[in-house]
Design a protein around this ligand. Structure first.
Ligand SMILES: Nc1ncnc2c1ncn2[C@@H]1O[C@H](COP(=O)(O)OP(=O)(O)OP(=O)(O)O)[C@@H](O)[C@H]1O
Ligand SMILES: [Mg+2]
Length: 379
């Protein structure tokens, strides 16, 4: 079904989608959606828009409501308040099968007694599609996930990564308007996860009109795949933004720590400077950073600086130099990770592998650019 958004998009870009898979693009809208179980609010007034063709990742700690949000879109839980919109249609009251959604969950939920091709055909048969259409669509979807050669196998004859590819092919077979992915890679080992991430990115390049809501607690997956990221905490969306912007300039302490494990230090005595910068006092040190949030002079705030933005190299500068005591040094293959005790706080810094890493107990001055510091409010 084409809607106005679809047509706009269709006119803008020639799509490499196989003709039979070409489909309209529909976004997802959460409008003040709340979900409660047994009187307890699990999802609290979630408002979020996933634009047509976009990949949005929802991340957050365990129990923060990510799966619940996804299940509300799929129609497996009924919101206690608010609306869910897909394309330009309010689907809040529609049953799951009428929502035209593909969903993939963590634990390869393939039908074990069915061959791969029958798994992929399942949704089409359930909808009473013609045999000719099914014969054409199944290999097309298997081709999209690189599983053409495995059509006759049973799930037990496939690796975990291959099973997840089939699960994705099965979800795509009905030509969903939106694809919901709930931790699709978390049961896979690290190496397969990385290659599956590449494959998912490739898949989205060949299906650019597919709208994807991707739930994960792995920030690397979110940063790699998503256009935008939403961060959930206790049933609330506490941060939302484009991937790089959210990483570089987190809106609050929780987002800074959750996405990219930033160092976060309490600061006070904010003094505005030119060009959107401000100076704060952080323990014994004076630190300058970006004051994106226009924090007022009286506000308590946090200094947020990423581990890779801390440098050992000596510099002639008064601010943005702190001295600490090295508490531990870990070699992680691609980098060294150093924990530095600065006053009451611990700072983590990472450098490419060092030929002579600092020794535990050493006094180490470190420096960072004001442009790499974001001052964030609590929250
Ligand atoms: N059917 C249910 N009945 C009662 N409580 C539920 C139900 N499903 C989920 N919850 C509760 O809702 C909260 C959010 O659960 P949800 O599964 O959405 O979290 P999540 O963010 O996906 O976590 P995880 O990262 O562990 O998958 C949890 O506290 C959970 O215990
Ligand atoms: Mg979950």
């Amino acid at each position: 079904m084409a809607n106005s958004l679809t047509m706009d998009r269709g006119q803008q870009q020639a799509s490499p989608v196989p003709a039979a898979l070409a489909q309209g693009a529909s976004g997802i809208g959460f409008e003040n959606v709340s979900v409660a179980y047994g009187g307890q609010t699990i999802l609290d007034s979630l408002t979020l828009t996933v634009k047509p063709g976009e990949i949005v990742a929802l991340i957050g700690p365990s129990g923060s409501g990510k799966t619940t949000a996804l299940r509300a879109v799929a129609g497996f839980v009924q919101p206690s308040a608010g609306r869910i919109v897909i394309g330009n249609k309010d689907v809040t009251q529609l049953p799951p099968y009428a929502r035209n959604i593909g969903m993939v969950v963590q634990n390869y939920a393939l039908f074990p007694h069915m061959r791969v091709e029958d798994n992929v055909a399942f949704g089409l048969r359930a909808r009473g599609e013609q045999a000719d259409l099914i014969r054409a669509r199944v290999p097309e979807c298997l081709g999209l996930v690189g599983m053409s050669k495995y059509a006759k196998r049973y799930p037990r004859e496939l690796s975990g990564g291959q099973q997840q590819r089939v699960a994705i092919a099965r979800a795509l077979a009905i030509r969903p308007q939106v694809l919901l992915l709930d931790e699709p890679l978390s049961a896979l080992d690290a190496q397969i996860r990385r290659s599956m991430l590449d494959e998912l990115a490739k898949l989205h390049r060949s299906l650019p009109s597919l709208t994807v809501l991707y739930v994960t607690h792995d920030q690397t997956e979110a940063l790699t795949l998503a256009n935008h990221i939403g961060i959930m905490r206790d049933g609330k969306l506490v941060a939302y933004g484009d991937t790089q912007g959210l990483y570089r300039h987190p809106p609050n302490r929780f987002a800074a720590e959750f996405l990219g494990r930033a160092n976060v230090l309490p600061a006070r005595q904010l003094e505005p400077l030119a060009d959107g910068f401000a100076r704060v006092r952080c323990g014994d040190f004076v630190i300058e950073g970006r004051n994106h949030h226009n924090l007022a002079a009286s506000s308590a705030c946090y200094v947020c600086v990423r581990p890779h933005d801390l440098h050992f190299e000596p510099r002639a500068q008064k601010s943005n130099s702190v001295t600490g005591i090295v508490r531990s040094v870990q070699w992680l293959g691609e980098l060294h990770s150093v924990m530095l005790e600065v006053g009451d706080e611990m700072l983590r810094l990472t450098r490419p592998p060092l030929s002579s890493p600092p020794e535990p107990g050493a006094v180490l001055p470190v420096h960072f650019d004001a442009a790499d510091v974001t001052l964030v409010p609590e929250g």
